[in-house]
Write a protein that binds this ligand. Sequence first.
Ligand code: S3P
Length: 169
Amino acid sequence: MRIYLIGMPGSGKSTLAKELSTLLSLPYYDMDTEIEEREKKSIPDIFTEKGEDYFRVVEKEVVHTFMPDNAILATGGGAPCFFDNMDFMLKNGVTVFVDVHEDVLVERVWEQQGTRPLLAQDEKDEVYTAIKEKRESRFPYYSKAEFTIEAGTKTPSELALEIKQVLKK
Ligand code: S3P
């Protein structure tokens, strides 16, 4: 089994991947970390030095070639929305959309400023606008996922249990 966790930045995919990894006794990987290792640069540095288009090409490469079996993969927020990445993931694993309300996303992204170049803003209301726009434009891709879990107020362990249940069906 290969489980792809997809969703907006701040939706808690990486934390959930760890939790699910313990619950299902499967290893987990973060695709952004894989990108950083291949490029030997942090994500913000790749964006600054090479630009988004370059980042998306590397991201596509990672989606199409980093395919451990029996593993949980947390994907970058934009990964499903470029090239044929979403279709590829649909064909090659179980896709789970971790859906979180934008108000919750804003709080998390604001707390973690500096780590997400696409959402870097000076004011919180600008972060809100950026998130709202991205969430709307990305929704058609995210909602293609095989499963969607409403994640807003639940703890990572509750969510992991929910996914385990859903996967059994
Ligand atoms: C991005 C999300 C980030 C990272 C990059 C681009 C996006 O991952 O891949 O900064 O386009 O939403 P997270 O979703 O883990 O923040």
